[in-house]
Design a protein around this ligand. Structure first.
Ligand SMILES: NC(=O)c1ccc[n+]([C@@H]2O[C@H](COP(=O)([O-])OP(=O)(O)OC[C@H]3O[C@@H](n4cnc5c(N)ncnc54)[C@H](O)[C@@H]3O)[C@@H](O)[C@H]2O)c1
Ligand SMILES: O=C(O)C[C@H](O)C(=O)O
Length: 331
């Protein structure tokens, strides 16, 4: 029995992500929450002949509480997306408050659920979530994940275009750090199976992984950012969390976590000097069972990229913590 909740379920990511969760054979209940249109999306999905019972909720009539009660996993793609010319940090003003409100609901109604934060800027929204959970006395760092899987998916795809690998998903490439621009650091030297990137193509490849989001924002020309590839990536991560909860072993995926609360995280925090960081995480029934230190074995080129990552990331993290600890007065 698994109850999954999507918060922001009527959106560009929320709808295809909910569709993917609806076809997951482990999911027995799927609750869709949004400030608009979620009952319609739920009714539509409810006609699909898979096990999950689908329900849709709006904020009225205690909708958030009803959606969250009894949840095992909550995936959050709620919030506004970028338009051309915007950075992810430009979304902070609106999305920080949205994520804070949803996490307050989770702290109250399903504090033991795995929480997967997709809403940008992930580098700040995850620290906000941690602070809200801490203030409510229910923070379990093993269960809070910033979803950075899209960066991994992009790295697999873009590397395969260069190496000729027929199925990009066969590649395993750690992409670590945060989820914006230079805070995204692909470690091609640690790809499995190993990959050979011609040196004249390396800088452009790194840049494409770091700024892949901009490629989509530009192509969508004002109509938003990545939604379908994000739904795929968010589902890939959620499915692994669910399978690990069911006892499947050997499931590893990078995710942005609070290092001090995860086994192995202290070594990573010592190397990075940051409280939160995305590294490959071994998943298990408790959630993030182990953080794998791939930072120490980065090569010289990757170490330079990591330096730029740390600088950007620290500012993003403290911005989130500050917002959660001293929220601006409600208008
Ligand atoms: N982590 C990543 O890799 C990644 C990738 C792509 C997009 N994103 C982010 O995901 C977010 C959503 O993107 P999108 O394209 O789906 O946007 P969208 O505008 O299409 O959908 C967002 C949905 O959130 C809903 N919403 C707003 N406030 C809410 C609240 N308080 N409670 C519940 N729902 C609420 C909206 O009604 C809307 O349906 C953006 O912040 C975007 O930047 C993250
Ligand atoms: O680029 C964005 O704003 C959305 C997302 O973070 C992405 O990487 O595609």
């Amino acid at each position: 029995m698994v109850k999954a909740v999507v918060a922001g379920a009527a959106g560009g990511i929320g709808q295809p992500l909910s569709l993917l969760l609806k076809q997951n054979q482990h999911v027995t209940e799927l609750a869709l929450y949004d400030v608009v249109n979620s009952p319609g999306v739920a009714t539509d999905l409810s006609h699909i002949s898979s096990p999950a019972k689908v329900t849709g909720y709006l904020p009225k009539d205690n909708g958030l509480e009803l959606a969250l009660k009894g949840a095992d996993i909550v995936v959050i793609p709620a919030g506004i997306p970028r338009k051309p010319g915007m950075t992810r940090d430009d979304l902070f003003k609106i999305n920080a408050g949205i994520v804070k409100g949803l996490i307050e609901g989770i702290a109250k109604h399903c504090p033991k659920a795995y929480i997967l934060v997709i809403s940008n800027p992930v580098n700040s929204t995850v620290p906000i979530a941690a602070e809200v959970l801490k203030a409510a006395g229910v923070f379990d760092p093993k269960k809070l994940f910033g979803v950075t899987t899209l960066d991994v998916v992009r790295a697999e795809t873009f590397v395969a275009e260069i190496t000729g690998e027929k199925n990009p998903a066969n590649l395993n490439i750690p992409v670590i750090g945060g989820h914006s621009g230079e805070t995204i650091v692909p470690l091609f030297s640690q790809a499995k199976p190993s990959v050979s990137i011609p040196s004249e193509k390396l800088d452009a490849l790194v840049n494409r992984v770091q700024f892949g989001g901009d490629e989509v924002v530009k192509a969508k020309d004002g109509a938003g950012s990545a939604t379908l590839s994000m739904a795929y990536a968010g589902y890939r991560f959620a499915d692994k969390v669910i399978r690990a909860a069911k006892g499947e072993k050997g499931l590893i995926e990078p995710s942005f976590v609070y290092l001090a609360g995860v086994e192995g995280g202290d070594a990573v925090a010592k190397a990075t000097g940051t409280e939160f960081f995305s590294v490959p995480i071994e998943l298990g029934p408790a959630g993030a069972e182990k953080a794998i230190d791939v930072v120490s074995s980065a090569n010289e080129h990757e170490k330079k990229l990591l330096q730029a990552c740390y600088d950007g990331l620290k500012g993003n993290i403290s911005k989130g913590v500050e917002f959660a600890q001293n929220p601006p007065p409600a208008k």
